[in-house]
Write a protein that binds this ligand. Structure first.
Ligand code: FPP
Length: 246
């Protein structure tokens, strides 16, 4: 197992020529859990359970290949419109993951950050999030950002209000950035969306300014480390000019 993982890691490095082509930060819109389940005659909640397992697998792969930040869109401010049973099931998956994280993340070397408006959650859940976020697994830990009750427009309004309140006057881009949920982190260089959909759905609206995009036809529970390699390969081949000429 270890040898296979090491070989894969080496292959990615070799293919990219150098590690600088592996992005520091990737973000994923994990779409298609519902369709994955429905196509098998299963309840949608089973799709989310498989999606949560897939997240764990992909997070450890990101860690292996040297990605420093992984942001996943797990629950948007619009997802409350779903049936209560489905919302509850997704929240339970987070809860379970956070409990597991509290026990094991130090050894797994992952640092969890939750991005989103957490004021809607009860005290016990917020306390759990606080505890997990304040764990300090080590300087080389993978930062896993879980976007929960997240909306990009809401984030911008929140950050603008906070920056304005602090400065009491006109704000700059860096004032605003300092109040985003991702403050202090590099912007995602690569954003992946699964399930053949081509939308951002309000994900990281500020941070995506110069992101590259990769759209995968695979439904999230079917996503694989090989498909992530393909996304990284596509990224490595992109000519990123950031508005300049070369
Ligand atoms: C989108 O697929 C997926 C979601 C709205 C929920 C994603 C949540 C998880 C994967 C669980 C998160 C847990 C952890 C620990 C990160 P969809 O339901 O919109 O799929 P569909 O478009 O096929 O209906």
């Amino acid at each position: 197992m270890f040898r296979k993982k090491e070989a894969k890691k080496a292959a990615v490095r070799q293919r990219d020529g150098n590690m600088s082509r592996v992005p520091a930060h990737i973000a994923i819109i994990m779409d298609g859990n519902g369709r994955w389940a429905t196509s098998r005659g299963l309840p949608r909640t089973v799709g989310h359970r498989e999606g949560a397992k897939k997240f764990r697998e992909i997070a450890s792969y990101c860690q292996e290949i040297g990605i420093k930040y992984l942001t996943v869109y797990a629950f948007s401010t619009e997802n409350w419109k779903r049936p209560k049973e489905e919302v509850d099931a997704i929240m339970q998956l987070f809860h379970d993951y956070l409990i597991e994280a509290r026990q094991e993340l130090r050894t797994r070397n992952i640092h969890i950050q939750v991005l989103g408006d957490l004021s809607v959650f009860d005290g016990e859940f917020r306390q759990l999030i606080d505890e997990v976020q304040s764990m300090n697994p080590g300087p080389d830990a993978l930062v896993a950002n879980l976007a929960i009750n997240y909306g990009g427009r809401a984030e911008l309004v929140m950050a603008a209000n906070a920056a304005f309140a602090e400065k009491q006057g006109p704000i700059t881009e860096s004032d605003l950035e300092a109040h985003l949920y991702t403050a202090g982190q590099p912007d995602p260089e690569l954003i992946i969306r699964t399930s053949g959909e081509f939308r951002l759905s309000g994900f990281l609206l500020w941070q995506c300014s110069y992101s590259e995009f990769y759209f995968s036809d695979l439904l999230w529970p079917d996503f694989t480390t090989d498909e992530l390699d393909r996304a990284l390969e596509a990224f490595a081949g992109r000519d990123r000019r950031f508005g300049a000429v070369k």
